[in-house]
Design a protein around this ligand. Structure first.
Ligand code: SF4
Length: 327
């Protein structure tokens, strides 16, 4: 019996590669089953987090696989049309090539307005509708009511790439890891999905010889792990940033992160707007009161309106406890 695409995605256990790791087949099925005469599909290539380049790597090197993956979703979901939603620099570089390959398929190449928040799935819908660059309340999720209120399948570009590989019978349980920072061989590596952080550094020939720590998941929101904590999966978006322990000033690093979050937040909600401001004050003055820091991080994690505010927490918690050793 020839398997349909959903069975293939399910059997391959393809999880979304944008960071949330939601089973791809469930999202596809949800949009397929939704009752509507128009549906949308978005290949999300926003990739706004520093030190993540895997989606750009796919668009640059495997655009046909990306388009084939989107075409599978178009064939599976009736009455659908699609967008390839790209970070500004990717759009500039690859629009012409993509459009040539797309031909008459119902796929548009869309330039996001820019920034980390552009990748948040409700902001993707807002931007395509040419509305304010701000997240929406969930539920409803985009699979229920996305672009212009129609059911919308939003998957990361890497997810569509691997959907194509699965359909072609070429999927080998791999994923793309972006390795950067104080390493000899920075770059994007396609390696087995199950590898630990240590395995990825070894296989990519990037294991440092000096004392180091890593940030995993992105160069702003990623979690911090000491060199003794690397026997765990390199999950999330697959980004690993290595920091030389002696050369890295924790305050300079935290300032870089907080500048990023202050710049990228949309000012919609108080916990994130004020919380990042207060964090910045402490970091700027190099005076971190651990009790105040914990309070701020607790509020950010539990009351921020969208994921951006919550994503501020892991790096500051990790660095303050593991590197600054604040108690
Ligand atoms: S958490 Fe930050 S980015 Fe999200 S809505 Fe609030 S202010 Fe905007």
């Amino acid at each position: 019996m020839i398997k349909d695409i959903i069975t293939k995605l399910k059997d391959a256990n393809l999880l979304g590669r944008g960071g949330a790791a939601f089973p791809a087949y469930l999202k596809w099925e949800m949009v397929k089953k939704a009752k509507a005469d128009t549906k949308y599909i978005v290949a999300n290539g926003s990739e706004g987090e520093p030190a993540t380049d895997k989606d750009g790597y796919i668009v640059a090197n495997y655009p046909q696989d990306l388009i084939d993956g989107i075409k599978l979703a178009l064939d599976y979901i009736d009455h659908s049309e699609a967008y390839i939603y790209l970070r500004k620099d990717y759009y500039k570089k690859y629009k012409a090539t993509l459009e040539k390959m797309i031909g008459k398929l119902p796929i548009k190449v869309f330039k996001e307005k820019g920034g980390y928040l552009s990748g948040e799935e409700t902001v993707v819908c807002q931007e395509i509708e040419n509305k304010m660059h701000r997240p929406r309340l969930k539920p409803p999720f985009p699979g229920q009511a996305g672009i212009c209120g129609y059911p919308t399948l939003i998957n990361n570009i890497e997810t569509f790439y691997y959907a194509a590989k699965i359909a072609q019978g070429e999927y080998k349980n791999t994923r793309l890891f972006t390795v950067s920072g104080d390493v000899k061989n920075p770059g994007v590596y396609e390696l087995p999905l199950v590898l630990t952080i240590k395995d990825v550094l070894k296989k990519s020939k990037n294991m440092p010889t000096d004392d180091f720590f890593v940030q995993v998941g992105g160069g702003a929101s990623g979690d911090i792990f000491l060199s003794s904590e690397l026997d765990q999966p390199a999950g999330g978006s697959g980004a690993i940033i290595v920091y030389d322990l002696k050369k890295t000033d924790p305050y300079v690093l935290m300032k870089r992160w907080i500048d990023f979050f202050m710049e990228e937040n949309c000012d919609k909600c108080t916990p994130c707007r004020e919380g990042t401001y207060r964090l910045n004050e402490m970091i700027k003055n190099k005076q971190i009161d651990k009790v105040v820091l914990d309070d701020l991080l607790f509020v950010l994690e539990n009351t921020s309106f969208c994921a951006l505010g919550k994503m501020v927490v892991p790096p500051f918690k990790g660095l303050s406890e593991k590197i600054l050793k604040l108690k």
